[in-house]
Design a binder for this molecule. Structure first.
Ligand code: GAP
Length: 464
């Protein structure tokens, strides 16, 4: 693994740019820190990741329903949630080069872990105690300013036409789950769900992250895939254990190797949590949080009841018991999953001629392009027409690509680099035997398949 990891991040970033997976935002203007765009292949991979998550959470559970709430919400939501008051990172500035860094990250580098609930004074005390060890990551000096806490919520001027409505700022949502809590009653009243049940949502979230680091791992505009499971308070602990197990298995099913996953228990809990465990992934820069699984108690529904005046309790139709449900949350970033899947898939292999082939060994269900169709030669209309006809036939069922550029060997390499599981070549024999050569991405083995059996072959081999 260490061998594979050397320079891995740079290689992934470069491949993502070169092959149209991820572009830096507004690049022609010099980029825009911690914001990225998905390119043509990235958008397909992201769609497949969303679909895998949606299938695992919504389709596979008859008591989980979906939601798509708006990014803008009433400003009171963020007061009730605790974000206006408590959603802040401590920041300090290097007095030498003026580099600004998250103090919890600086402390972490020297093995000291700051509690999220610490005041500025307490954090500054920690900084003081470790001042001789804390080094600026940019210039190496050991001279930082006092730490100051910065709120992560991103403000907007939505609806602020006259200037007199600016007293209560509107925010771009800092997490998607708040849209779920404020719709708890709507979902309950409009569907047949009964506690225990879950509401799942995929959508954008925004945070004024102080440090722009590690590619798409920490973005300022990112996408979350969150599920909030509403349970009886006495069942919360069992539901929590159950979801921890299910979410672990989900990553194995997504093709992530067990040795690249590990659990991390939070000792210093965020303001709302009763229990919090992260699933960490072995990113190129080491094990870091991929997903958080939280027991949020009745904090969220109670807070929103208090601030809105709405009754967000639940009456059990069988026992008539009335209570505020507890919430078990599973929360993962689409972008972090994308980077984990990329890291897991990235492979360099020495091939027979001594060359290195770069291949993204995505699980087939996640591959952006499922099959590429080639005519052996681009100047033979009979081959091109046949290949086009096959491509036209397959493209309504699978994401396909037609390629007649360069020789077949080069086309294989191009498809390997974007992780296409199958390459289909139409050659002269095809015209007489009605079969094509299908080449497997991972084994590089080739077999002849009848054209009329191609669709079934792909269905059988690409999996669910
Ligand atoms: N609703 C709970 C919540 O938002 P979180 O730990 O702040 O909890 C959950 O975020 C997940 O969202 C993280 O595990 C990570 O996958 C993703 N995430 C958080 N901040 C992110 C960022 N700045 N860029 C990319 N993904 C992020």
């Amino acid at each position: 693994m260490t061998e594979k990891k050397e320079g891995l991040m740079e290689k992934i970033v470069s491949l993502c740019k070169r092959r149209g997976f991820v572009f830096p935002s507004s690049e022609i203007y010099g980029g825009f820190a911690a914001v990225y765009d998905f390119g043509p292949y990235g958008v397909e991979l992201a769609r497949n990741i969303r679909e895998a998550w949606w299938n695992a959470m919504v389709r596979d559970h008859e008591n989980i329903v979906g939601l798509d709430s708006a990014i803008f919400m009433h400003p009171k939501v963020w007061e009730a949630s605790g974000h206006v008051g408590g959603f802040a990172d401590p920041l300090a500035e290097c007095r030498e080069c003026h580099f600004r860094a998250r103090v919890d990250h600086l402390l972490e580098e020297v093995g000291v872990f700051a509690d999220e609930k610490m005041t500025e004074e307490e954090i500054n005390q920690l900084m003081k105690e470790n001042k001789d060890r804390i080094k600026c990551p940019k210039c190496g000096k050991r001279d930082f300013s006092e730490a100051k806490k910065f709120n992560l919520l991103v403000q907007s001027n939505l609806g602020n036409f006259t200037g007199d409505w600016g007293k209560e700022p509107t925010y771009l949502r800092g997490e998607t789950c708040q849209g779920i809590y404020v719709n708890f009653k709507n979902v309950l009243d409009s569907t047949r769900v009964k506690v225990p049940f879950g509401i799942a949502q995929i959508g954008k979230a925004f945070r004024n992250e102080i440090t722009a680091r590690q590619f798409i791992f920490r973005k300022r505009e990112f996408e979350q895939m969150e599920m909030q499971y509403f349970v009886h308070p006495e069942s919360a602990s069992a539901a929590y254990d159950e979801w921890r197990e299910k979410r672990w298995q989900y990553y194995l099913d997504l093709g992530i190797k067990k040795e690249n996953l590990k659990w991390h228990e939070h000792e210093n809990l965020v303001f709302y949590a009763k229990a919090a465990w992260d699933i960490e992934y072995n990113f190129p820069f080491g094990f870091k949080e991929l997903e958080g699984i939280h027991n949020r108690s009745d904090y969220d529904l109670t807070q929103h009841s208090k601030f809105s005046g709405a009754d967000l309790s639940y009456r059990d139709p069988k026992t008539n018991e009335k209570y505020v449900p507890w919430i078990v949350e599973t929360s993962v970033g689409l972008d972090r999953t994308f980077l984990a899947v990329m890291t897991e898939a990235y492979t360099e292999e020495e091939v027979a001629d001594g060359d290195i082939r770069t291949v993204l060994k995505f699980p087939k269900k996640l591959a952006p392009i499922k099959a590429a169709v080639f005519p052996l030669l681009k100047n033979k209309p009979e081959l091109v027409d046949k290949a086009k006809a096959i491509y036209d036939e397959l493209k309504s069922s699978f994401m396909c690509e037609f390629d007649d550029n360069g020789n077949v060997g080069k086309r294989y390499r191009r498809q390997d680099e974007i992780g296409t599981p199958y390459c289909i070549t139409v050659d002269f024999e095809t015209l007489s035997d009605g079969a094509v050569t299908v080449r497997d991405r991972d084994t590089m083995l080739q077999e002849r398949i009848k054209i009329e059996e191609l669709k079934k072959y792909l269905e059988d081999n690409l999996g669910k």
